[in-house]
Design a protein around this ligand. Structure first.
Ligand code: PAF
Length: 283
């Protein structure tokens, strides 16, 4: 596996890969890799493209109250995983490359970036959209792979690509879960044993609510009940909502492509998850 740490190294490496394989696929990450990232790499490899993974802990998507310094970092472990998964190139830019001191341009997404994570983490999607646009420009891959676990992020990136006519196909990959249903996340490591045992209740609540909605139950009652059950279980529920999948607008009734999205605190960890409504399409 090639490793690039500067733009000239990246250009040389992507040119090499293009000569050998033709198409490139990008898997953007912030490191602390787990099987969820492995699924993104596997989906990219299955497309037949040479797979490039970026690792960059993006300061612009952390708010001042979030602890950027505490974000888990394990470069050697991450590189070993990428190599084992079949990645052809790891792109490891530094902050000065991504955000030069004279930089004056950011991307300010609205639409699907508003509400939910956008409201809870002001500036977060500005940081995500800006870094993702830079990665797209740097790597020049034909396709990029993102997890459905961060449903809102996936829609923000899709909207940006459409609005800016970026020449990249955005592919969403299904959430990878532990056997008990907990969605994989780099932050799960901060759950205590007792919290870890309670954590799958969020995915369960989403599944049950989705099944009730699919069976025709009224959304208001289903959502209220789910929030109450999670609160009784010790979760600090921030939102548990029914939305139109692509736009993230709250809706009162299920429609094709509707999605349940949720964020809840358990101890020090903010768990995020989401779920399609069975029989209603993926959105
Ligand atoms: O999902 C992530 O890990 C990050 O938000 C991303 C897409 C790599 C941008 O920094």
């Amino acid at each position: 596996m090639l490793i690039a740490r500067s733009l000239p190294e990246l250009r040389a490496a992507t040119a090499d890969l293009r000569t050998g394989s033709g198409r490139l696929a990008l898997v953007p990450t912030m490191g602390a890799l787990h099987a969820g990232h492995g699924a993104l790499v596997a989906a990219a490899l299955a497309s037949g493209a040479a797979t490039v993974a970026s690792i960059f802990v993006n300061p612009l998507q952390f708010s001042p109250t979030e602890d950027l310094a505490r974000y888990p970092r394990d470069e050697a472990g991450d590189l070993a995983k990428l190599k084992e998964w079949g990645c052809r190139l790891a792109w490891l830019p530094d902050v000065a490359t991504m955000y030069p001191a004279d930089g004056a341009t950011v991307i300010e997404p609205s639409g699907p970036a508003e509400g939910w994570e956008g409201a809870a983490r002001p500036g977060h999607f500005r940081g995500v959209a800006t870094v993702v646009a830079k990665l797209f420009g740097q790597v020049g891959a034909e396709a990029a792979y993102f997890g459905e676990k961060d449903w809102q992020q996936l829609q923000v990136v899709r909207r940006m690509v459409t609005d800016l006519h970026l020449p990249v196909t955005v592919v969403g990959v299904e959430t990878v879960r532990e056997a008990d249903g907990l969605a994989l996340s780099s932050r799960n490591r901060y759950l205590s044993a007792a919290e870890r045992a309670r954590a799958p209740a969020l995915a369960r609540a989403l599944r049950q609510a989705a099944a009730a909605l699919a069976a025709g139950a009224a959304a208001a009652g289903v959502l209220t009940e789910a929030r109450a059950a999670l609160s009784a279980d010790g979760f600090g529920v921030e939102y548990f909502a029914l939305v139109d999948g692509p736009s993230l607008r709250a809706i009162a009734h299920t429609v094709p492509g509707a999605r349940l999205v949720a964020a809840a605190r358990l101890g020090p960890v903010r768990l995020l998850d989401n779920c399609a409504i069975p029989g209603r399409g993926a959105g």
